[in-house]
Write a protein that binds this ligand. Sequence first.
Ligand code: HEM
Length: 160
Amino acid sequence: MYPIYFTLLFHFVGIGMLFTALFGGWIVGSQYRSAPDWQTKALHLKSLRRIGLMSPIGVLVMLLSGIGNMTLGPHKYTLFSDGWLSAKLALFLVAILIGALSSVQAMRRSRAVTKLAAGDTEHPHENTLRSVETQLKISSTLQFLLIIAIILLSIVRPLG
Ligand code: HEM
């Protein structure tokens, strides 16, 4: 048993967490969109927030296990030792950035839905919601594509 086996195990657990956050977000997100009233939507958003928590935890697991992968194996890596790894880390940073922006947008959505659920229709909350939701949809699609690209880079290992 090599120590890298443990970090690889956590690496795959982290991948599972990231996909659970993405797919869970899509499933509950579609329930949120088809909910008949603002109160039900607010309830679905509560579940979405919990599912969303899996994302920063997954990122942390990937980062720590990734550092373990770099240092514990027979092949020692540095940030610039292998092109595929450098490219993967760059995409990983982009995914984290998009995730951070999405969490701000998700908070804006929560605030607007809570106000609408409480019967406050004075402010144009519905307009805010439409633009925030479009941005969230684009972000989650981009994150999905980034994770697929990162997995392909890690398996195929092009660029030396
Ligand atoms: C979304 C983020 C990530 C995904 C989806 C991902 C995915 C993967 C996959 C599928 C492998 C191949 C495992 C194998 O073939 O045995 C791998 C290996 C590896 N990953 Fe990641 N990874 C991510 C983030 C990171 C980060 C942040 C680091 C570094 C800090 C990292 C460092 C490594 C290293 C060094 C290996 C090679 C281990 C070996 O020598 O076999 N990964 N990753």
